[in-house]
Write a new protein. Structure first.
Length: 356
C-alpha cells in the first residue's frame, strides 16, 4: 500500500505503508543510531514525535527482549528499508508485526538522507503520514502547523508508586518517562529503587527518607512542567543527593531560575561527543532531546557547567555549588549507545555513601 509523508513546508515523500494504516500527525525528528531501534521505539522520551531513522536498514535482528518500557511511544516511524526476514538467536518477531501490534503508522522507501537534510537545514517540523492518495495539501498544511506536542509527561509516567528490590541504598526515582535501564543501572549497584509518578509531592518523597533521588528522562517541553518544577525545587533544598538525566537535568535548571530553549533539530543518537570540563576528557554519549539548558541564564553562584557538547557547544551537565546535586543532559545508562559515561552512576553511589 502506498503511503505519503507530508511536511508542514509542503514537501511530500512517497513510500510504502508499514505498521498501522491510520493517518498520523506529529513532530518529525531524526535519530542517527546504527543499532538499538527497539530501545528507541520504547523510549518514553519520544512520546509526541515521529522518528526518522537515518541508518538505511532497520529491523535486521527483529524484536528482541530489549524494551525500555512496556510499550512503544512514538507517533510514527520512518525508514529507508525495513528488514522483513530478521536473523538473531534472540529474535521473537518482526518489526513490522511490532508496529502493527503497537498501532504505530509508518512509511518505508523514503529517502531518509534527503529528509534528514531538510530537517537539519529548516529545523524540526511537523508532518503527516497518510495512506490516502487523494490527500489535499491545502487542508493538511494548516493542521500540521497547528499541531503541538502538549503535556506528554502525564501520559508516560507510571500510574502508581512501586518498589524494585535492592539491599544497599534507597533511591527515589521520579518517573517523567524513565527508561528501564536507569533503574537497572541502580539495581546493579545494589540500590532499592522506589519509582514515583511524576506528580508526586516532594513531601511524600522526603518523608520516605531516601538515600538519594533520581530525576529521570522524559518527553516534551520542560517549561510546561510548572508544578513538577516546584516540587523539584523543594527536593533540592534538602540535603539528599540528587542525580538527574535529560529532562530531569532541564527541570532542575528551571527550578533554579535558568531558561531552556528548543534546539533547531535536537540531539538524538548514540554518537554525540561530550566534554568533561573538569578533566578535558571527551566521552561518546547516547542522547535524545530537543531542548537544552541556556547556561548563560543560570546564576553562576548556583551551578557550574560540567559538560558541553563538542559539536555545538550546548550545555550537557551542571554541578550545583554547595549542594549534592549534579545533572547531565545525555544518557549514562546508554541503551542503545556507548557505555562511556556509566561511571556517573558510581559517582551517585559515592555521594550517597558520603551521607551514611
Amino acid at each position: 500500500m502506498k503511503a505519503f509523508l507530508i511536511l508542514e513546508d509542503g514537501t511530500v515523500f512517497e513510500g510504502k505503508s508499514i505498521g498501522a494504516t491510520r493517518d498520523m500527525i506529529s513532530e518529525i525528528v531524526f535519530n542517527t543510531s546504527m543499532t538499538g531501534y527497539l530501545e528507541v521505539l520504547t523510549d518514553p522520551s519520544y512520546a509526541g514525535q515521529a522518528i526518522v531513522m537515518t541508518y538505511p536498514l532497520i529491523g535486521n535482528y527483529g524484536i528482541t527482549p530489549d524494551m525500555e518500557s512496556k510499550k512503544a511511544w512514538p507517533d510514527g516511524y520512518i525508514v529507508r528499508e525495513l528488514s522483513r526476514m530478521p536473523s538473531n538467536f534472540r529474535c521473537n518477531g518482526t518489526i513490522q508485526d511490532f508496529l502493527v501490534a503497537q498501532d504505530i503508522p509508518g512509511i518505508e522507501g523514503v529517502d531518509t538522507r534527503a529528509l534528514t537534510k531538510i530537517l537539519r537545514e529548516k529545523g524540526t517540523m511537523n508532518g503527516m503520514i497518510t495512506t490516502n492518495e487523494n490527500y489535499n495539501l491545502d487542508e493538511i498544511i494548516p493542521k500540521l502547523k497547528a499541531y503541538t506536542v502538549g503535556d506528554v509527561v502525564s501520559k508516560v509516567t507510571c500510574d502508581e508508586k512501586h518498589v524494585l528490590p535492592g539491599e544497599k541504598f534507597k533511591v527515589a526515582l521520579m518517573d517523567f518517562g524513565a527508561k528501564n535501564n536507569i533503574s537497572k543501572s541502580l539495581i546493579q549497584r545494589g540500590c532499592e529503587v522506589t519509582v514515583y509518578p511524576a506528580d508526586t509531592k516532594a513531601e511524600e518523597i522526603i518523608k520516605s527518607n531516601p538515600d538519594g533521588i533520581m530525576l529521570s528522562n522524559g518527553p516534551g517541553d520542560p517549561e510546561t512542567c510548572v508544578s513538577i518544577i516546584e516540587e523539584i525545587r523543594k527536593l533540592s533544598e534538602t540535603d539528599i543527593p540528587i542525580f538527574a538525566i535529560c529532562l530531569g537535568h532541564q527541570l532542575m535548571a528551571l527550578a533554579y531560575g535558568a531558561k531552556t530553549y528548543k534546539l533547531k533539530y535536537g540531539h538524538r543518537g548514540g554518537n554525540h561527543p561530550v566534554k568533561d570540563l573538569s578533566t578535558g576528557r571527551v566521552y561518546i554519549s547516547s542522547q535524545n532531546h530537543g531542548y537544552a539548558v541556556d547556561y548563560n541564564t543560570m546564576d553562576k553562584n548556583v551551578a557550574e557547567e560540567a559538560f558541553i557538547n563538542v559539536n555545538d557547544g550546548t550545555n550537557e551537565g551542571l554541578n550545583y555549588i554547595g549542594k549534592k546535586i549534579y545533572t547531565v543532559q545525555f544518557h549514562p545508562e546508554a541503551c542503545p549507545g556507548p557505555q562511556d559515561s556509566t561511571f556517573l552512576f558510581d559517582r551517585f553511589i559515592e555521594m550517597m555513601k558520603g551521607d551514611k
